[in-house]
Ligand binder design. Sequence first.
Ligand code: NZQ
Ligand code: ZN
Length: 386
Amino acid sequence: MKNFEFANPTKILFGKDQIQKLSTEIPNDAKVLMLYGGGSIKRNGIYEKVTEALKDHEVLEFGGIPANPEYDILMQALKIIKEENISFMLAVGGGSVIDGVKFLSSAALFEGDEPWDILTKKIRTFEGLPFGTVLTLPATGSEMNSGSVITRAETKEKLTMGGPGLFPVFSVLDPTVVTSIPERQIANGLADAYTHVLEQYMTYPAGALLQDRLAESILQTLIEVAPRIMKDPTDYEAASNFMWSCTMALNGLIQKGVPTDWAIHMMGHELTALFGIDHARTLAIIAESHYTYNFESKKEKLAQYAERVWAVTEGTLEEKAKAGIAKTTAFYQSLGIKTKLSEYTDQYTGTAAEVARRFEERGMTRLGEHGTLAPTDAEKIVEMAY
Ligand code: NZQ
Ligand code: ZN
């Protein structure tokens, strides 16, 4: 096991009716900006619950943060934060709203002229404007981590940022929010969380027995609840296990002391930037090609995964590892997610070369757990995913 440090300051308020506690979790004298997305919270009752809990606070609102949070729109919110001297933000939404609020948390205290620099110059955030979240869509884990992904439509870019100053102060996780989520988004949440675990697990054996088993147990729980929650989002037991699995998949715990990959996400983000494909679906497009291309360096973990998660007992190590890849693709497909780029767009010619060009330009030349994947390797992987 590798050396590590672990600190996660986010307080979790999990379960039914926890939204009420916003009244005491947010300081009484705070000037609050509540931020949300395209309006789902106004149709499913979450908006009323939040405003009721905050009725004794001074609250301003900013709605309209789109899926894949857009820089230009966030800059409008930043103006309000500065003009109104906002002291606390509340994100009510999925990963996009929470990520947007993380960007604002950083940008509000940023001293440079152009907040886009935080993303392009990879400026880490050590102190941000404090914020809490009410999660409405289990998927990204953003509610308990310090990372964020921001999109700029103008330049077709989707870039990551983060730093220890960007953990939410608290996050409310009420599994009853799942009842109103459309099937497509539930499938996305399952696939995203599943792939988060894979990115931190499908590397090489590192003697981290507990981390491996924690990762495997999250995968098994997602596999178990997937058909239940897809069939019936009002199944509270399935919803609560789905929600907590998504949070646990990316709150930092399972990646401590082990090598991590994240190349699938890096390639996937480019497919969202270029074609607008849902984040989780881009991961399903890339995963099989990535594991096939890197088979030799990942086969031990692929075989362990096939054995322990999918109960594959027959065959050589290589055969089990291949079965692990096939099971992964089948899992995405069982959620109704297509796993080839050409199933999403017929404009895919040249995509692989464009991804490689962007990686080269940004100096992303050492991807993967060994740091050995060059842009030319990414090009081959994306091409295999056509
Ligand atoms: O905008 P509204 O109207 O609220 O609708 C949203 C949106 O259209 C809807 N929705 C959310 N909760 C709902 C609901 N509809 C009905 N009932 C509810 N309770 O779902 C749609 C998608 O929402 P979004 O927030 O975009 O989805 P998700 O949570 O999957 O977030 C995706 C974003 O997170 C980034 C992705 O790149 C993408 O930009 N990621 C963030 C990560 C992080 N910060 O750690 C890690 C991830 O790997 C990922 O990259
Ligand atoms: Zn993801």
